[in-house]
Design a protein around this ligand. Structure first.
Ligand SMILES: [Zn+2]
Length: 247
């Protein structure tokens, strides 16, 4: 088996490993979630090269005996520099990383492409709220959990134009008010008709096109909070980065 391999990947996390090295969590297009050691990443040829949120082509060495990976080199495609230099963007990117690490599964190429597009937009100057909304909605779709926005998945009733959708935490999907098992009165997991139209309208677009559709700020904020709660339920709760990105 070939021990050297090349793969497109994104750095989700990096931490110190001893005095000289770093331990890196990557999302690879071919391998999914992997941990790799970057020897000399703190001093040496890789120093300063493997930063969080960058994406690029990674040259890896796989040790089949220990079943671990080390990073030999990287060709950087997107630096992630703007994400690292802006706290709100860092929070958003960290939330996406946590969600991907928590919910490993789904088609790797699709998850990789989604994450790469989201980070590229966060690294540019796009609306953070809209990037988060579209990321979560598409991520849930890749995980096979995206709810039907035209009719209730439980009682199969077709939604009326102005209907507010609620939520069922057992099937992890929006549903009608009668089939809901959340507190409807709190409206925390209520999806209004405008938000539903926006999601249906942007579902068939590519990521960049969908993020380019503008929303007024209060609406974007409301849909973002809804999506974050949705993501939290789907992930089984307790996401460490949820509170900071909810602001
Ligand atoms: Zn129903």
């Amino acid at each position: 088996m070939n021990r050297n391999l090349t793969t497109s990947a994104i750095v989700l996390l990096g931490r110190r490993w001893g005095d000289l090295h770093r331990s890196i969590t990557l999302y690879s297009k071919d391998l999914g979630l992997i941990h790799a050691l970057a020897y000399g990443a703190r001093k040496g040829k890789l120093a300063g090269k493997i930063e969080q949120f960058l994406s690029g082509v990674f040259y890896l060495y796989h040790n089949p005996v220990k079943n671990d990976y080390s990073i030999i080199d990287v060709e950087i495609q997107t630096t992630g520099e703007r994400i690292r230099n802006d706290l709100t963007r860092t929070y958003a990117a960290s939330f996406m990383a946590e969600l991907v690490m928590r919910m490993e599964g789904g088609d790797r190429q699709s998850v990789h492409a989604l994450l790469q597009q989201a980070y590229a937009l966060l690294d540019a100057n796009e609306s953070i709220d809209r990037i988060i909304i579209q990321f979560i909605w598409r991520f849930i779709a890749i995980a096979g959990l995206q709810g039907d926005l035209a009719s209730c998945p439980i009682c199969e009733k077709h939604y009326s134009e102005e209907e507010i959708l609620f939520f069922n935490t057992v099937i992890h999907a929006p549903c009608c008010g009668d089939c809901s098992d959340v507190d409807n009165d709190s409206f925390q997991l209520a999806l209004g008709p405008g938000a539903r139209k926006y999601l249906m309208f942007t579902s068939d677009m590519d990521f960049y096109g969908a993020v380019a559709i503008t929303l007024n700020e209060p609406t974007a904020r409301r849909i973002k909070r809804y999506m974050l709660r949705y993501a939290s339920i789907v992930a089984g709760g307790d996401l460490k980065t949820l509170a900071v990105v909810m602001e």
